[in-house]
Design a binder for this molecule. Structure first.
Ligand code: SF4
Length: 272
C-alpha cells in the first residue's frame, strides 16, 4: 500500500495537549479554504510506501525524534537539550486525512500496535468514513483516541461556503459532529480565527450548535471548543491578536468551555 504523503513533523508538543506527537500530513483535500494553512497539500502526489512511514514511526518511538546536526547557536542547543526525545502519540492530519481512509486505518493500527495513542485531525467532510474509523477497534481498544474536528464557520451556507470555498459542506460537517457527539471517543472542536472570519456572530452560532447537541447527547466526550490564531503560510496579513481572540472567546464563554491556544507549531523536523 502507498500513502500520498505531504510531510512529517517528528515532534509537536502543541497539537495534542499534554502529549508529544508525531504528525503525519496526508495529501489531498476536497475543500478550498481561502485561508488554507497547508495549501500545497490540497492536491499533488508524493507516493511513499506504507512500510517506510511505519519504519519512521518505529524509529521516532524507539530512538527519539531527529534533532538535526551541524553547528548550532546557544538557543538551538538549549532547545535540543530540553526537547522531549520521543513521542507518545501520532496525529493523522492533512490536507484531509480521510481522503486516504485505508491508509489512515493501516497507520492507526501500526501506531496502536506500537503503544502510541492515535489522534485524527479532520475537516468533517467524510462522515461515513469517520463513522467507520470511530467504530474500528484493535482487540479490546478503540483505534482512535481523539478526534480534532475543524468547524470553520456557522454550519450553514453561505457562511460555510465562504469559509471553505465549496458549497454544501456544512451538512456533512454537522453529520460528522453528530457522530463525534454520539461516540465514546473524546473530541475537540477547533476554530481558526482570521482577520475577517469567522465573525463573532458565527462563533456564537457554532457554540449554540454545540450546546444544543450536548443536550441531545449528554454522554458526549466533547472536551472543549478551541480557538486558535489562523496563520496561513502563503498569504500576507497580520494574524489576529491574541487579545482580540480572548475578547471573542468571552462572547461565547458560558455557552461552551472555550480554550484559547497559541498553536505555533513546535516543529523540530519537517520532511517533505
Ligand atoms: S480543510 Fe484544511 S487542508 Fe483542506 S483546504 Fe481547508 S484548511 Fe486547507
Amino acid at each position: 500500500m502507498q500513502v500520498n504523503l505531504g510531510g512529517i513533523v517528528h515532534l509537536s508538543t502543541v497539537d495534542w495537549k499534554g502529549l508529544s506527537s508525531m504528525v503525519l500530513f496526508l495529501r489531498g483535500c476536497p475543500l478550498r479554504c481561502p485561508h488554507c494553512h497547508n495549501r500545497e497539500l490540497q492536491r499533488g502526489e508524493n507516493l511513499v510506501e506504507l512500510y517506510t512511514i511505519i519504519n519512521e514511526i518505529v524509529k521516532v518511538k524507539t530512538v527519539g525524534c531527529p534533532l538535526g546536526s551541524g553547528q548550532i547557536n546557544l538557543e538551538e542547543a538549549y532547545k535540543r537539550m530540553t526537547a522531549i526525545p520521543s513521542v507518545n502519540s501520532i496525529i493523522l492530519s492533512g490536507g484531509e486525512p480521510l481522503v486516504q481512509i485505508d491508509q489512515v486505518i493501516a497507520l492507526a493500527h501500526a501506531a496502536r500496535g506500537l503503544g502510541l495513542k492515535v489522534g485524527l485531525e479532520t475537516c468533517g467532510y467524510y462522515p461515513e468514513r469517520l463513522s467507520r474509523l470511530l467504530k474500528d477497534r484493535l482487540v479490546e481498544n478503540r483505534l482512535i483516541d481523539k478526534v480534532f474536528l475543524d468547524i470553520k464557520a456557522a454550519l450553514r451556507d453561505p457562511e460555510y461556503e465562504k469559509a471553505t470555498g465549496i458549497a454544501d459542506v456544512a451538512p456533512r460537517v454537522l453529520e460528522s459532529l453528530r457522530l463525534a457527539m454520539s461516540s465514546e471517543v473524546p473530541f475537540e472542536v477547533r476554530t481558526a480565527i482570521f482577520p475577517e472570519m469567522p465573525p463573532a456572530t458565527d462563533l456564537r452560532k457554532i457554540a449554540n450548535t454545540l450546546l444544543e447537541l450536548k443536550k441531545e447527547y449528554p454522554k458526549s466526550k466533547l472536551d472543549s471548543m478551541v480557538l486558535h490564531q489562523g496563520r496561513p503560510i502563503d498569504r500576507e496579513f497580520e494574524p489576529v491578536q491574541m487579545e482580540r481572540i480572548r475578547a471573542l472567546s468571552r462572547s461565547v464563554n458560558g455557552l461552551v468551555d472555550v480554550v484559547i491556544r497559541d498553536t505555533t507549531r513546535a516543529n523540530l523536523a519537517f520532511n517533505q
